[in-house]
Design a protein around this ligand. Structure first.
Ligand SMILES: Nc1ncnc2c1ncn2[C@@H]1O[C@H](COP(=O)(O)OP(=O)(O)OP(=O)(O)O)[C@@H](O)[C@H]1O
Length: 821
């Protein structure tokens, strides 16, 4: 299918090449997550170190918003930015389960010892935030905003010094003990440690750490001796090593000033044996530790950064926290507003008209021609932000007008860019829209064309798989466009194989990822990352979807600027599916699934004059099987799935869009984004691959605030899936009766389906459920279920698998699996 190169670097085939990149992407993703965590810890250490340094050094250059391009940011600014990102409303679900929630608590705060001084005032001011309390004990002294940022992780991955635990639990306190950090290597340990003070107030020496407490009690150690050097020595002894004071920092201006507050101690296996020559090495090692090495290679910044005074930071933070709280409040209000709209069953449309949104008059004219006058909620909320040039991540229910919400800013972006780009021979692509399926790309291109009706010289084109590569190239050259709608695979082919095309992308101003969660999940991520890598960094990015799971929130940071806005028109905790769609589920044994589909369709056709039904099947081959069977049962039915040629898919898609009294049997290619107006019923046969798939499939009905109906047809063993959608209003429905006549009729139609299609359907079914974690884990059960499915499609015995396939699926020696000789 399609054009494009056949061989790739290293003589790999397209699929080998793709698989190789998928593997690399998975590794990269893991690395990035790990890096983010390390970065957080590193910044934390850097923050603590920096807070001990005098305000000095150079001014940080301005940041480009991505945080890594504009030069070094101050550690404090970085932590603040991270906290800002993760404290946004709805960001509670951003964390791993291990991270623990960001608690909103009304509990009274524990009484706190008031200490004068800017730093402590800062802490007290941040405490006003209604977020998590810092933990007691290790890391318990962290600033609340940081504890809230990751309350359970704090210093767990850093080997905390033993005296840390001791000092907090045995009564020795230090005003700065939360800053104690120790980086233990296998041979050498450098620590950054604040001076200790004896808790004079408590005066109870025996309650202190036993060794020193005993020393104090017996008079061997005078309290005045209990300075850091003594403690280092004790600590070194504890590790079976000797300690010698490090004098090297005396020479270093920065370090010696810091020494007022900090001590560096080196515990070496044989510190005495080290020669004077080592001094220099030690000094430079300490400097390294001080700057980057101590951050375990995470802090790559070489320059010491200008540090603000505590007061400045204090004021800064108090201000930004106030703003943050204000913003959260506004967003919560927004969510409540949306829920109010829906609970009252009010229209999806707002009172705001498009001509009040700052959109160009010719676009408004085109909108009016298309019948768009009033904005929908998502359009009203996001268009102004997008026009301001902000990066936006948008979550809004299916069928609520997200397409226009990003197409309009895309057009405005082109209009703005064209004002300053007049002398190009071939116009750059100013707006790029990426979406997961060809049907959706074609639909978005058509919608954009409608909106561009009154513009001469501005064009939109699509780049999708399933068409000839050379034809694409010719089309792009002869009919240049400023807006491009593309599926990732084909776009990447063009980027990698046509340098002139990459040049056209260098002028890009706006990138949109429609169905962003799908675009950023593993299937597409590699391609999307490579595409994003080839785009200019100075651009605006918009992410839209009806579902934004927490992993996607995290990964979205890869493409969005740090200061992006998250708009959730659904609202936290609100139902994510359209309110006017009735959702039912039926549990029927496999043997009766096809009969039940026919029964449900007949019933619906009898009830709805202008019926328009979509039947979703698990795989392309099961779709094909279902289509042939229903066609034989004399239903007015069409099919779309990935095994069909693109021209056929496009034709059927258009036919279904414009018709009623039609049934479309389809696979996941129609799950997302495609807009078929007036769908009255959606039937999902078998478990969707995840909750998001369920929501998007269901969203093909009940669009534009209309009513609709969704039925999920499960086998009894598939009921586990109901847990995933337990928060959605899905009701159990009684199974309609299937009489003997109907059963025989359906059985007859099953029989006529070609054997090769049945075999392919069995293989596809096995592959699909094998890939679903919960089911695929128990191979014996899976094979047993597959064999039941096999019977339900009229196969006497299960078709054999290729040895390679069986091996790959982990099914080779599973009883019930036949392997081809
Ligand atoms: N302001 C508007 N006025 C009238 N009709 C609108 C308006 N905005 C969108 N629509 C119509 O609403 C329908 C759904 O819009 P759209 O396809 O953009 O939804 P969506 O939110 O992108 O859905 P999905 O999540 O499934 O992708 C379309 O038929 C579209 O023409």
């Amino acid at each position: 299918m399609g054009g494009g190169p056949r061989t790739f670097p290293g003589g790999l085939s397209k699929w080998q090449y793709k698989r190789m990149h998928e593997k690399l992407a998975r590794q990269k993703q893991k690395g990035l997550l790990r890096h983010e965590k390390q970065l957080y810890l590193a910044r934390l250490r850097s923050e603590i170190r920096a807070s001990r340094l005098p305000a000095a050094a150079t001014e940080s250059p301005p940041d480009d918003g991505h945080g890594d391009g504009g030069g070094p940011t101050s550690s404090r600014a970085h932590i603040r930015a991270l906290a800002d990102r993760f404290l946004l409303p709805g960001a509670e679900d951003l964390w791993n389960d291990d991270d623990g929630p960001i608690h909103r608590t009304d509990r009274p705060l524990p009484p706190r010892r008031l200490v004068s001084g800017g730093r402590h005032q800062l802490r007290d001011s941040t405490r006003e935030l209604p977020l998590g309390q810092p933990r007691a004990g290790r890391g318990g002294g962290m600033e609340p905003r940081l504890a809230a940022f990751n309350p359970r992780r704090d210093f767990q991955t850093t080997a905390a010094p033993w005296w840390w635990q001791w000092s907090s639990s045995y009564g020795i306190h230090s005003r700065t003990k939360e800053a104690s950090l120790c980086f233990f290597g296998t041979k050498i340990c450098y620590s950054v440690m604040p001076p200790f003070q004896v808790n004079q107030e408590s005066g109870d020496a025996s309650s202190m750490m036993p060794m020193i407490a005993r020393g104090l009690a017996s008079g061997r150690i005078a309290p005045s001796q209990l300075n850091e050097e003594r403690l280092y020595s004790v600590a070194a002894g504890r590790f079976g090593r000797k300690w010698r004071p490090d004098s090297s920092d005396e020479d270093d201006k920065g370090i010696s000033t810091a020494k007022k507050n900090l001590r560096f101690a080196k515990f070496g296996a044989s510190s005495e044996e080290e020669s004077e020559d080592d001094e220099l090495e030690v000094r430079s090692a300490i400097r390294k530790k001080w700057s980057s090495a101590a951050l375990r290679n995470c802090d790559m910044k070489k320059d010491r950064r200008a540090l603000k005074s505590y007061e400045e930071e204090n004021n800064d933070l108090t201000g930004s926290f106030r703003e943050l709280r204000e913003e959260i409040k506004n967003k919560e209000v927004l969510g409540v507003e949306r829920r109010r709209y829906e609970s009252r069953g009010e229209s999806l449309f707002t009172n705001k008209r498009f001509d009040e949104c700052g959109i160009s008059p010719l676009t408004v004219k085109a909108l009016t021609d298309a019948g768009y006058v009033q904005t929908t909620v998502v359009q009203e909320t996001t268009i102004p932000m997008c026009l301001e040039g902000k990066d936006v991540l948008v979550k809004a229910k299916t069928g609520t007008g997200k397409s226009a919400a990003f197409l309009l800013p895309a057009i405005e972006s082109v209009l703005n860019a064209m004002k300053s780009h007049t002398n190009h021979q071939v116009s750059p692509i100013f707006s790029l829209i990426l979406c997961p399926t060809r049907e959706l790309a074609i639909q978005l291109t058509a919608e954009a064309n409608v909106l561009l009706k009154y513009y001469q010289g501005i064009g939109v084109q699509s780049l999708i798989g399933g068409t000839r590569f050379k034809l694409d190239q010719r089309r792009l050259e002869t009919d240049p466009c400023q807006i491009l709608v593309a599926t990732p695979g084909r776009l990447l082919d063009h980027i990698e194989n046509k340098s002139s095309f990459s040049v056209r992308l260098m002028g890009l101003k706006l990138l949109v990822l429609d169905e962003a969660d799908h675009m950023l999940d593993l299937g597409f991520r590699t391609d999307v990352e490579k595409i994003v890598d080839s785009l200019p960094r100075q651009r605006q990015t918009l992410l839209f979807s009806a579902t934004i799971p927490k992993e996607v929130r995290r990964v979205s940071q890869l493409v969005l600027k740090r200061d992006h806005v998250f708009v959730d028109t659904v609202g936290l905790g609100a139902v994510e599916t359209p309110t006017k769609v009735e959702q039912l589920y039926l549990t029927v044994p496999h043997e009766l699934h096809f009969h039940m589909v026919y029964r449900l369709l007949r019933e619906h056709i009898d009830q709805e004059v202008d019926y328009k039904v979509i039947v979703f099947c698990t795989t392309a081959m099961v779709t094909e099987f279902m289509y042939i069977m229903l066609r034989d049962l004399k239903l007015n039915v069409r099919e779309i799935h990935s095994r069909k040629p693109q021209l056929y898919r496009t034709r059927i898609s258009e036919e279904f869009r414009d018709s009623s009294r039609l049934i479309l049997v389809t696979s996941d290619v129609s799950t997302r984004g495609v807009n078929y107006p007036g769908v009255t019923l959606v039937i999902q046969v078998g478990v969707p691959s995840d909750r998001e798939h369920y929501i998007h499939r269901l969203g093909r009905t009940g669009r534009e605030g209309k009513s609709g109906k969704g039925i999920l047809l499960l086998a009894p063993w598939e009921e586990y899936f109901l847990n995933e959608i337990h928060d959605l209003p899905v009701q159990k429905s009684n199974s309609p009766h299937i009489d003997e006549d109907m059963k025989q009729k359906v059985d007859g139609s099953i029989k006529i389906v070609d054997m090769s299609i049945k075999e392919a359907a069995y293989h596809a079914w096995l592959g699909y459920y094998n890939s679903i974690g919960d089911v695929g884990r128990d191979k014996t059960m899976l094979v047993d279920l597959a064999n039941r499915f096999c019977k339900s499609i009229g196969l006497e015995k299960p078709p054999s698998l290729y040895r390679k396939t069986a091996l790959k699926m982990g099914l080779k020696d599973v009883p019930g699996i036949r392997v081809r000789k």
